[in-house]
Structures are given as structure tokens and as C-alpha cells.
Ligand binder design. Structure first.
Ligand SMILES: Nc1ncnc2c1ncn2[C@@H]1O[C@H](COP(=O)(O)OP(=O)(O)O)[C@@H](O)[C@H]1O
Ligand SMILES: [Mg+2]
Length: 275
């Protein structure tokens, strides 16, 4: 399939049923490497459910999810969560899930557990490879703290951070696991305008400096339109539009079928580069 050749993630007819509810009804999408793809749609459209399928929290009833970190196909459907993480898929949560009673630095170390040599025996004897991977994990943690401008908070309990800092720490934690694909579930939710703008710049920098592919669920149209390369619109578990920001903004189906009038005005008023 030509469309698949230059891709990092492909979903083919992904469906999931919860009892009587078909939460995802055949989602097919192709995501290009090192791009920012936004998933938008009203509450209950299935956005988080799609993330849960990609990251292994849910098993699709039908369809395939193909991750292509190095040009070879890896079908994610049947893999456990930790295996998917190891392959290079990281995520953040719509509702922040940090370890509140652990320090900021510890949160970043825990995120890397699958890289640290955990074999009990090497831990006991403090083998060279154990110490090396531990040192690397600490280095990674500091790198991402600096990237987020949070070094001075390293020893503070994560639960005591202001909300905006917790959101940033979640992104840092996901990046510390060295992903190729990062799935951000409404990272700007609850942020004020300035915090949200700063987060945008960080997301752009992630892509530019680290080549990571970003799958972004986002509510704020301004954010979506200013930083996305590609937008996929979901409604009732289906893709109702898929294209560039301009294409999606002009799509009658998006304007009429799913957005309320107020949202539709907002959708059309924001242009790339603004907001
Ligand atoms: N574990 C689950 N059990 C039953 N229904 C679920 C489950 N997870 C999600 N849903 C339902 O699937 C639909 C899509 O939810 P969700 O993916 O959270 O929407 P969005 O993130 O787009 O707001 C909703 O109707 C939700 O209630
Ligand atoms: Mg959601």
C-alpha cells in the first residue's frame, strides 16, 4: 500500500465494542513520521478510546494497529502495555496520573524502568551494566527536566506541583521513555493561555529536535490549527474528516454535522500560525 510506506502508525478498520456501544466503528488512519497529528471531535467521540487501543490498554474487537518505528510493521493489537511502551510508544493521560508522593525526579526514573537492567541478581551485585543503565536513566531524567525548565523542582513531590507543571512533567515523563511516537491526551486541558502557548512551543520542539511523532488529542481549536500538520476528526466512533488544518476547517461535514455553531465559528476563525 503506497500510503503506508511513509508512515509511523497505521490503523486499519479499528473497532471496539463495550456491550451495546460501538465506541470505535472502523477507524482507519495513516500518520506520517515526525508530524503532529491532531485527533479532534466532541466529548464521547472515541478519542481516548483510540489512544487506549494504540497503547494496549484496550484490545480492539476488530481491525489492526500497525506501528512502524523503523520501516518494519509491528502489529500492536495483541501486545501487552509494557511491550508497546518498549517498542517506543508513550502516552500522557487526560486525567493526570503522576506518582504524587514521589519526587519529580523519581517520576522520571520510574518511566524508564524498562531500560534499566532489572534482573535481581545484577541489582544485588551492582554489576557494571546495571550501574551504567541506572546512570543513563538519571541523565535522561535531568535532560527532560531541563527541557521543560523544571530542574529546580527535581526533589519536590510531584503531587505538590501547580497544575501546569504537573502537565509538563507528564510530557517529560513520557519523553524519558525514549518514544518514537508520543500520544498526548488533552495536554493543554486546564492550562491558562500562556501555559498553553508554552506547551505548544515545547511540543513543536519535541518534534523538531527529537524527531518524535506526536499524536495529539486537543480541544482548543487555536492549538490544533496552529501546530498540527494533519487533523483527523472523529464523531460517534467514526472518522468524519481527515486532512490538513485548512481542509478540515472547510469541511461541511465537520462544520455542520458535529460542531455546535459557536465551535464552528471558532473553527473557521482560527488560522494556522494564529492562536
Ligand atoms: N471501558 C469502557 N467501558 C464502557 N464504555 C466506555 C469505556 N471506555 C470508553 N467508553 C465509552 O466510549 C465512548 C467514547 O469515549 P472516549 O473515548 O472517552 O471519548 P472522548 O475521549 O472522545 O471524549 C463513550 O461513550 C464512553 O462512555
Ligand atoms: Mg477523552
Amino acid at each position: 500500500m503506497a500510503a503506508k510506506a511513509d508512515s509511523i502508525l497505521v490503523t486499519e478498520g479499528v473497532s471496539i465494542r463495550f456491550g451495546g456501544l460501538l465506541a470505535l466503528a472502523g477507524i482507519s488512519l495513516v500518520m506520517r513520521p515526525a508530524t503532529i497529528t491532531a485527533i479532534i471531535g466532541p466529548n464521547g467521540a472515541g478519542k481516548t478510546t483510540l489512544f487506549n487501543c494504540i497503547t494496549g490498554f484496550y484490545r480492539p474487537t476488530e481491525g489492526r494497529i500497525i506501528f512502524r518505528p523503523d520501516g518494519r510493521d509491528v502489529v500492536l493489537n495483541r501486545l501487552p502495555i509494557h511491550k508497546i511502551a518498549q517498542l517506543g510508544v508513550a502516552r500522557t493521560y487526560q486525567n493526570i496520573r503522576l506518582f504524587g508522593q514521589m519526587s519529580v525526579l523519581e517520576n522520571l526514573l520510574v518511566a524508564q524502568h524498562h531500560f534499566v537492567n532489572h534482573r535481581l541478581i545484577s541489582g544485588i551485585f551492582q554489576t557494571r551494566s546495571f550501574r551504567k543503565s541506572e546512570a543513563e536513566a538519571v541523565e535522561q531524567a535531568w535532560f527532560w527536566l531541563e527541557f521543560m525548565g523544571m530542574e529546580q523542582l527535581a526533589n519536590q513531590d510531584a503531587g505538590t506541583l501547580p497544575y501546569g507543571q504537573q502537565r509538563r512533567l507528564e510530557v517529560a515523563r513520557a519523553m524519558a521513555s525514549r518514544p518514537r511516537l508520543i500520544c498526548l491526551d488533552e495536554p493543554a486541558a486546564g492550562l491558562n493561555l500562556q501555559e498553553s502557548e508554552e506547551l505548544n512551543q515545547l511540543i513543536l520542539k519535541l518534534r523538531e529536535e527529537h524527531g518524535v511523532s506526536v499524536l495529539l488529542i486537543e480541544h482548543h481549536m487555536g492549538v490544533v490549527m496552529s501546530i498540527s500538520d494533519h487533523v483527523v476528526v472523529l464523531d460517534h466512533g467514526e472518522v468524519i474528516s481527515d486532512g490538513t488544518t485548512e481542509q478540515v476547517q472547510q469541511d461541511e461535514r465537520v462544520i455542520k454535522a458535529y460542531l455546535g455553531e459557536e465551535d464552528a465559528e471558532e473553527l473557521q476563525s482560527v488560522t494556522k500560525g494564529a492562536g
